[in-house]
Design a protein around this ligand. Structure first.
Ligand code: FES
Ligand SMILES: [Fe+2]
Length: 455
């Protein structure tokens, strides 16, 4: 008997037969995108920027989030603002610089001048207006309806009535804590960013970030490369008198994958899938070097003492159990709707947004402990770019996979195609790693997505 529950938002679920499907139209139909903008992006907390990007009073940058252009500024009193980058006179662009330091912004169109807190300071033709005209608060730059931060991560909300960011982040907060606590003085964005277009819908990137099944196939080249590097590195480490037995099981690509899956099994009870509010995460013991406090034979032994010391200091600060969790595990946390924070070969903060169904703008930054040495920073950036950079081993292969899927969805319009995200719903072998490494995280996302789309 047909037991499918069809939803108008493009998802169908058949719980008793372990089936969860997503219509391919949600990636191609402009009507879905229009609704997502209105019901998701205008309702949810969206990552905006990191506190370290405004290091001083007067620091500012311009950024596009949810298709809106904003100024992110720290005023002369130290207060942080997100202001629409749009002149209250006749809509000119107020700030045309990417970033810098300024006490005022002068609109490029007719020269109105605004303070870094958004207040209108000067109108060149002030005599043409009634007295005190510029002092009306309404003449100042418009602030975003809500702006809140958690541990240095600033988020905006276009809905003035939204719940607090603290409540919205729900179970994702400990993951942000584990990143913020990697520094004794404060985490900082490494200057520069990657911004690029991908010819695929924004949801495909979010899905890819929580998908354990693509890793073996899409990133095969990376595993071959890392096997070679680890082998050479092990010999080099042994020549320096460093014992490497602990790394042996991670020496080949095949073993690395077994190690990863074994790790998924071992962390069965600690594995977090659903963090609430559509957020999800997963972590597993890292089988590569981590630029924060875990050396690996694929890295030069000269880095080992400093990384070992970082680990010892972390233990002293947060205790051994939490220190191991922070330093020795890879962490992926996906915050609904469009933020991925990946802490593995470096720390990546990435957002994605579509203005057309078949393309997205991706923005990525990397975060590091402000106090780390130049040598470790260099190692970190190589490690980060090797895998997560736009020309690294990870990102281009992921882009190829999702762009190909997006191209294929055009054809799926001919026969009403549906994607399958059922893995792990009703596993034939309940002891399988699939229980933890399955597509449950995607179902967390899609269920919340449908909830917003129906609201
Ligand atoms: S539009 Fe900005 S000064 Fe006129
Ligand atoms: Fe990937």
């Amino acid at each position: 008997m047909e037991q499918r529950i069809e939803t108008p938002a493009g998802i169908r679920v058949d719980q008793s037969n372990g089936l969860f499907q997503v219509s391919r139209k949600v990636f191609t139909d402009p009507e879905f995108l229009k609704l997502e903008h209105e019901k998701i992006f205008e309702k949810c907390w969206l990552y905006f920027g990191h506190d370290s990007e405004l290091p001083e009073r007067g620091s500012f940058l311009t950024r596009t989030v949810a298709g809106r252009d904003f100024i992110f500024s720290r005023d002369s009193a130290g207060e942080v603002h997100v202001l629409y980058n749009l002149c209250t006179h006749r809509g000119g662009r107020v700030c045309r610089e990417k970033s810098g330091k300024a006490s005022v912004f002068q609109c490029f169109y007719h020269g109105w001048v605004f303070g870094s807190d958004g207040a209108l300071r000067l109108i060149p033709q002030e005599g043409a207006y009634p007295e005190g005209y510029k002092n009306d608060r309404e003449r100042g730059l418009v602030p975003v309806p809500r702006l809140e931060q958690y541990r240095g991560f600033w988020f905006i909300n276009l809905d003035a009535n939204a719940i607090s960011l603290f409540d919205y982040l729900a179970g994702a907060k400990p993951y942000l804590d584990n990143i913020a606590d990697q520094s004794e003085v404060g985490m900082a964005i490494v200057p520069g960013a990657q911004a690029f277009q991908v010819d695929a819908n924004w949801k495909l990137w979010h899905e890819n970030g929580m998908d354990p099944f693509h890793v073996n196939t899409v990133h095969q080249t990376y595993f071959e490369y890392s096997t070679d590097v680890a082998k050479i590195g092990k010999e080099r480490a042994q020549a320096s008198g460093i014992a490497t037995e602990v790394f042996d099981r991670k020496a080949s690509a095949e073993e690395m994958m077994k190690g990863r899956y074994a790790a998924l099994m071992q962390t069965a009870t600690k594995m977090k899938l659903d963090l609430g509010n559509g957020h999800m995460a997963y972590d597993y013991p890292a089988n590569h070097g981590r630029p924060f406090a875990q050396w690996h034979p694929s890295w030069d032994p000269k880095y080992k003492p400093e990384l070992d010391q970082s680990f010892e200091r972390l233990v002293a600060r947060v205790g051994e159990e939490r220190a191991k969790r922070i330093a020795l595990y890879d962490h992926h946390v996906l915050i609904f709707p469009n933020l991925a924070i990946v802490d593995n070969h470096g720390i990546m903060i990435r957002t994605y947004f579509s203005t057309k169904p078949e393309e997205m703008l991706v923005q990525s930054w990397t975060l590091a402990p402000a106090e780390e040495s130049k040598e470790i920073r260099r190692l970190r950036l190589y490690s980060y770019m090797d895998f997560l950079g736009p020309a690294g081993f990870g990102t281009p292969d992921d882009v190829e996979a999702i762009e190909a899927a997006q191209r294929g969805y055009k054809g799926a319009e001919d026969y009403d195609g549906w994607n399958d995200v059922s893995a792990g719903m009703l596993p034939a072998d309940p002891s399988s790693f699939v229980r933890n490494g399955d597509e449950g995280r995607m179902r967390v996302f899609w269920s919340k997505w449908a909830e917003y789309m129906h609201a």
